[in-house]
Design a protein. Structure first.
Length: 276
């Protein structure tokens, strides 16, 4: 058991099996990309649709590729997409800023990962081919800020980023975005592609940094809650999710003889506040 700071974590189960890698869980059939104020935004191949609380169609907007995420702020929705035809940047498709009530295209932007801020503002980030940045856009698609950072965005009291840079060794950190393009550095990471963090009710981030489970508070102070089996293959795929009072950390290591086969280690940890 580890007992540090505001939280403690105890390993209660560890299992090993052969199976598929722990990609993010598929969205249940019919589950929208985003929902707010009685409007649900759905995505399918070549189209973005919105329905009201009674599941009645409001609008449809045709798009290149397939929508993968949507973020709603004010009367706007930002939809990121995957596409094979749009750009030589792998699967990157256009990021579409739409009017939430009508589906009208407000602006076509470029970015891989987004997040909603208040007042109709959005964050949109891009990494690769010499680019490692996050831009902020207003409701009309005009850029209002830019930072040299990219990764998983956590919007709350400000914006924190669990950076992902695909460099070996990585230069990624957990950082905070400040006004005027300033990036406040927090703890350094050892994983160039950390999985999506878990955000606890008090704002603590739980970050799976290779084989270490880190807790990072709002002030970017960090502690290690657990140390799991060290990784032996840089191609290991990792995932972290919360299941009630438990955390589930999954590691899938490809077989040297059969690259499409994986040895999957699943760790279950009991999470509790230190005052409990």
């Amino acid at each position: 058991m580890t007992d540090i700071g505001a939280w403690r974590a105890e390993v209660v189960d560890h299992r090993r099996a052969e199976g598929p890698p722990p990609f993010e869980r598929a969205r249940p059939a019919g589950e929208p990309l985003a929902r707010r104020h009685g409007v649900a935004v759905h995505g399918g191949a070549g189209a973005i649709t919105a329905v009201d609380a009674g599941n009645r169609p409001l609008w449809t907007h045709a798009c290149a590729g397939r929508p993968n995420a949507a973020h709603i702020s004010g009367d706007r929705v930002l939809v990121t997409t995957d596409s094979l035809e749009y750009t030589p940047w792998g699967f990157l498709g256009p990021a579409l800023l739409l009017d939430l009530s009508t589906g009208r295209l407000v602006a076509e932007l470029r970015g891989e990962r987004g997040a909603a801020r208040g007042g109709g503002r959005f964050l949109l980030g891009l990494e690769g081919y010499g680019i490692f940045e996050t831009r902020e856009y207003d409701g009309e698609g005009s850029e209002t800020a830019r930072w040299p950072s990219y990764g998983h965005y956590v919007v709350g009291s400000g914006v924190r980023v669990v950076e992902a840079d695909r460099r070996v060794p990585t230069q990624g950190r957990v950082v905070r975005l400040l006004p005027d393009g300033v990036v406040a550095p927090g703890p350094a990471l050892s994983d160039p592609q950390p999985p999506k963090p878990v955000v606890l009710p008090d704002g603590t981030l739980l970050v799976l940094d290779r084989h270490l489970l880190r807790a990072v508070d709002r002030d970017l102070a960090t502690t290690v809650l657990a140390e799991l089996t060290p990784l032996t293959d840089s191609r290991t795929i990792r995932a972290l999710r919360q299941d009630g009072a438990h955390l589930v950390a999954t590691f899938a290591e490809p077989s040297p003889a059969h690259p499409v086969r994986y040895t999957v280690d699943t760790w279950t940890l009991r999470l509790s506040p230190t005052g409990a």
